[in-house]
Design a protein around this ligand. Sequence first.
Ligand code: HEM
Length: 204
Amino acid sequence: MAASRSALLDNLAGWGIYVVGFIPAVSSFWLGATGGLGADPVRAFEQTLGLWALRFLILTLAITPLRQLAGINLLRFRRALGLLAFWYAAMHFTVYLTLDRGLIWSTIIPDIVRRPFITLGFAALVLLVPLAVTSNRLSIRRLGKNWRRLHRLVYIAVSLAAIHYLLATKVLDPTQAIHIGLVVLLLGYRLVRGVVRRPERRAA
Ligand code: HEM
């Protein structure tokens, strides 16, 4: 009984994260539709979605260090945060394809192939697809150990997304510095932890 109550609470909390997580997209869309996004609403909307995609990737990566370093266990929210990152990246891409590029494939394909910053963003999104598709219990069970291996792709995806962001703007502003700094910190933590743990495991 207690176990099923905690499963129910976990489920509710998961849904709560989705509801709250989509607020930036809905409010930005609303502002855009009502003239509140400034002189270039499409660009502002596209940027907001891209930034939130990166923010959710950062939050997803923060779950493990929070647990290991501070004892705060938010593991049950990781799937929702990861999926939010994917949906924001997909919406960012959709806005680019439709509102920004007007579905003109003769400009979209060369953009993706020849402009390094777009290529990197696209590669990041492609890497997130298998992660989103296998983020369910059935895939975890079916893939076994390979599930963990596959989900390490998130490290490559977030690195590509951070470089994409770095190249998207000409100057490094404070918002960019904070986001990219967090990505470096979270990836650095994995590297250091890997180096520290290897001798520990050998000794064990
Ligand atoms: C995981 C995937 C992605 C993430 C996390 C991401 C993130 C970002 C971020 C943070 C920005 C800068 C926002 C700002 O200036 O405040 C940005 C800009 C941009 N992204 Fe992405 N992006 C991703 C994928 C893509 C894809 C697939 C495309 C298109 C093929 C794309 C096209 C663009 C464009 C055109 C801009 C510049 C918008 C502008 O300032 O005019 N991104 N992206």
